[in-house]
Write a new protein. Structure first.
Length: 610
């Protein structure tokens, strides 16, 4: 009998099971002790921010002349960022980049700068949101916590995502949506489940803390409830209308994002000096106020002290408003593109609710329902976060209309294309089949690689062939050069082994690139792959949710053949078991015509490449 129990005990591996549960409990306790104080601090800051924002908005309504100080206030914030905030100009995109590739971290000064900058924007009448401030407050504090406890790169990613969840959940009063938003906003078509519980804890604690300080969020109501037991054609017809509206919501989110990026890029090229941009932007906003004869599109648009002005809550009750969504786009794009601080989400709520209100009439649909659908769906398309927006709709409006909310958010997401308000998002799963997108490419790079649009002339053009007699100011000088490709795994490490190595080991591909730079190699890059094999190994591929640490990747070095050989000999301990391929290339150098540059040394060549 004793032997039978011993065999059963061994078979069930009770000790191993208990050890695993103990380790899991210790890990949960460690993360709780780390995240709860951080989320509490983020919730407190968000409460102070929302209170300050309300005071600033009331002051703007009580003193309409403050609008004329918008250029001065914007210029002052611009000077402050120019002097102290160049490293945090990236805003939300900086936080997303640090989550993808933890490096220098998010400076703590981001928190006071974005806090002050957003309050100034709303005090003087800029059209901006508040989510950007909340996310940056959370990311800045989370990065400070990571530096304080000297966390490793994977833990830094989790803490930064938890900071986003705490800020988003606190500022909108939607803790579940905040948690999912932090997991979903990093990559299009992918959710980072590894941080699911930390983000949930942070979102809930941040929201609770904000409420504990006496902050209350605006309540929105949808009285209409879809009845799935109604006549056969009623519910499907309404869902079809929701899908049609979802297409328009997605296209509107796309138009907002593209207009914001295009005008912002144009303004930066036209006005290189940063502090001058919000000065001119403030003048432009004042001009639009008098051009359109209204101040309804300044600030958040959540409430107003001016009777008859459009507000988000007003779109839920009617009457039908046909053009407020377009005017809010114009005011917000001008405000943000000229460098004022804030966010895009609350203006997107306004735009979506106004567009839903306008579509309800032509579609013969309930006004309050379609205002609510637009509220979340335009944001879903612009931010590429359909799951978070669906959950937000359920948290704000109740679960009775969960199905039309989901239909609209998912449709808007699919129709917004590979674009978005956060250019540091990566495309994990493309929205449509295409062979032109590299794995994990950022939205910023997608925009940069789009072909320039050109208009064909109405008459034929004859191209003049180049002839020896033609004179050019520059010549092209070709020279022989080489390239090696080194195939490694993302999980290959260099450094200490054992438990201490978990904190100090470095990825091999990064170390190879760093060493190539130190050795004077002209070019060194690392390419991630998503499908393939190396050295007769099995075929592997990246999953849509979890990366494969055994998948082959390529480190590519370009330089003269002897330089590359010396590099391989010098670092043979790292490369002994790797597949290395050499290829002859031809390097072209462009220089003044008539100058013989064929005798350039490798060092000169590398200097030119710099």
């Amino acid at each position: 009998m004793r032997a039978t129990f011993r065999n059963l005990f061994d078979t069930l591996d009770v000790i191993g099971f208990l050890r695993n549960r103990h380790d899991h409990a210790v890990s949960v306790a460690r993360w709780a002790l780390l995240l709860m104080p951080m989320a509490t601090a983020v919730g407190t800051l968000c409460a102070a921010f929302l209170w300050s924002l309300d005071v600033a908005t009331k002051a703007r309504f009580d003193h309409p002349w403050l609008l004329f100080l918008l250029p001065i206030g914007g210029g002052a914030v611009g000077l402050l960022y120019h002097a102290l905030g160049k490293s945090v100009e990236g805003g939300n995109n900086l936080i997303v980049e640090q989550i993808h590739e933890p490096g220098g971290g998010v400076p703590l000064r981001m928190a006071p700068l974005i806090f002050l900058g957003t309050i100034v924007t709303h005090l003087f009448g800029g059209s901006a949101g508040r989510e950007g401030t909340a996310v940056q407050l959370g990311g800045s504090l989370a990065s400070a916590v990571a530096r304080l406890f000297k966390l490793d790169a994977p833990s830094v990613r989790v803490v930064l995502m938890a900071g986003i969840a705490a800020g988003f959940g606190a500022v909108f009063g939607t803790p579940l949506a905040g948690a999912v938003f932090a997991l979903e906003v990093l990559a299009v078509g992918q959710v980072e489940y590894r941080a699911l519980l930390p983000c949930l804890v942070a979102g809930v604690v941040g929201d609770w803390t904000c409420h504990a300080w006496g902050i209350h969020h605006t309540a929105y109501h949808i009285d209409f409830l879809i009845d799935p037991r109604a006549a056969l054609g009623v519910a499907p017809a309404l869902l079809a209308k929701a899908a049609i509206a979802g297409v328009l919501f997605g296209l509107t989110g796309l138009a907002f994002a593209e207009a914001n990026h295009a005008l912002g890029g144009w303004v930066k090229r036209l006005i290189p000096y940063g502090p001058l941009r919000p000065v001119l932007g403030g003048v432009a906003v004042i001009g639009m106020v008098y051009l359109f004869g209204t101040r309804a599109y300044l600030g958040l648009g959540v409430w107003t002290a001016i009777p008859g002005d459009a507000t988000i809550a007003g779109f839920f009750s009617g009457p039908v408003d046909h053009w407020s969504w377009l005017l809010k786009i114009v005011f917000t794009v001008v405000t943000l593109s000229f460098g004022f601080k804030g966010g895009e989400v609350t203006p997107l709520f306004f735009i979506g609710a106004a567009l839903g209100n306008a579509l309800a009439g032509p579609l013969g649909a309930p006004v309050d329902l379609f205002a609510g659908l637009g509220f979340v769906a335009v944001f879903a398309g612009a931010a590429n976060t359909p799951l978070a927006c669906t959950i937000m709709g359920i948290e704000l409006f109740g679960a009775g209309n969960a199905v039309p909310i989901a239909v609209t958010c998912f449709t808007a997401y699919l129709c917004s294309g590979h674009s978005g308000i956060y250019l540091s998002q990566r495309i994990a799963v493309p929205k449509h089949s295409t062979g032109l997108l590299a794995p994990d490419i950022m939205l910023r790079d997608v925009r940069a690689t789009r072909p320039a649009r050109s208009i064909a002339p109405p008459f034929p053009i004859t191209l003049v062939e180049e002839s020896p007699a033609m004179c050019f100011a520059h010549d092209v000088s070709p020279s022989e050069i080489g390239m090696i490709r080194i195939y490694v795994k993302p999980g290959d490490k260099i450094g200490r082994s054992g438990a201490r190595g978990l904190w100090s080991a470095k990825p091999l591909y990064r170390e190879l690139v760093v060493q190539a730079k130190a050795d004077g190699i002209m070019n060194a890059v690392a390419h991630h792959t998503h499908f393939g094999f190396s050295n007769h190994g099995p075929v592997r591929q990246n999953g849509s949710e979890l990366s494969d640490p055994h998948l082959t990747m390529c480190v590519e070095l370009i330089g003269h053949r002897e330089e590359l050989k010396r590099f391989c000999r010098r670092h043979g301990d790292l490369l002994a078991d790797k597949v290395i391929v050499y290829k002859h290339l031809e390097h072209w150098r462009v220089g003044p015509a008539g100058v013989d540059r064929d005798d350039a040394t490798p060092a000169e060549l590398a200097g030119e490449a710099e």
